[in-house]
Design a protein around this ligand. Structure first.
Ligand SMILES: C[S@@+](CC[C@H](N)C(=O)[O-])C[C@H]1O[C@@H](n2cnc3c(N)ncnc32)[C@H](O)[C@@H]1O
Length: 228
């Protein structure tokens, strides 16, 4: 117990020491800046290296598998980023809504995917907005970019949404969580301090090969929202 709290204090202290590249900006402005500057620097996707074709092969089949297995007829994807890999998912008749905090991304997606009648896009802040009703909410590669106080707020927002299932990124082998300035990144294990989510219904490994396998425990985990 003592060890956990020492590790948590140390993580917060380290985060304070690191300079904040987006100092003085609110949450929305931080991600607008990242988008405008292409700060995640992937040649294929503005949403970063975790969203390119190599890193999303397994993710595509996971989403298709969950839609089929859990009888999903409406999918809410927040954040949707550039909808790159998601545009290749067979939605199996499910209606799709993609949301993101960056308005410009949403406007670009609306134009680029105007011919996809089963998909729609709207500006949504996962932390503060009332989430549209859906059978399944996908939250991939989002909480890892937020300060822990904002993660707690996002999880509370998901809990009051009335959505049935949530599929979220978690790194299952991490023994402790660290903190960051919002907009930066770190791996997070949602089942340990300070989040302590219960065991999920199912865990799907992404087969992440980034950084020579340093993130091989990167998973999408499925929870019944009522149990969070
Ligand atoms: C690394 S990208 C991941 C996008 C997508 N889920 C994927 O797998 O490709 C992170 C995205 O989160 C968005 N974002 C950050 N905070 C958000 C929030 N509070 N609400 C909605 N979107 C947010 C950013 O604008 C960015 O597009």
């Amino acid at each position: 117990m003592l060890k956990k709290s020492i590790l948590n204090s140390l993580a917060k202290w380290k985060a304070k020491l690191k300079p904040d590249p987006y100092s003085g900006q609110d949450t929305k402005q931080r991600f607008e800046t990242i988008f405008a500057q292409n700060d995640w620097k992937d040649a294929e996707s503005i949403s970063g290296p975790g969203s390119n074709s190599e890193q999303t092969k397994e993710v595509i089949s996971t989403v298709e598998n969950v839609i089929e297995t859990y009888g999903i007829s409406s999918l809410l994807d927040v954040p949707c980023g550039d909808f790159g890999w998601m545009s290749k998912v067979d939605l199996k008749g499910a209606r799709y809504t993609g949301g993101d905090i960056v308005d410009e991304l949403i406007e670009t997606n609306k134009v680029r995917y105007a011919d996809r009648k089963e998909v729609q896009f709207e500006a949504i802040d996962l932390i503060t907005d009332t989430l549209p009703k859906a059978d399944l909410l996908l939250v991939r590669d989002c909480l890892v970019h937020l300060h822990s106080d904002l993660i707690h707020s996002a999880l509370n927002n998901i809990k009051r949404s009335g959505i049935r299932y949530v599929l979220m990124t978690t790194f299952t082998e991490r023994k402790y969580n660290t903190d960051i300035h919002t907009g930066d990144w770190r791996p997070l294990n949602l089942q340990i301090e300070p989040f302590n989510l219960p065991p999920p219904l199912a865990i799907f490994n992404e087969n992440c090969t980034e950084n020579n396998g340093a993130y091989r425990d990167k998973c999408l985990a499925l929870w019944d929202v009522k149990t969070l």
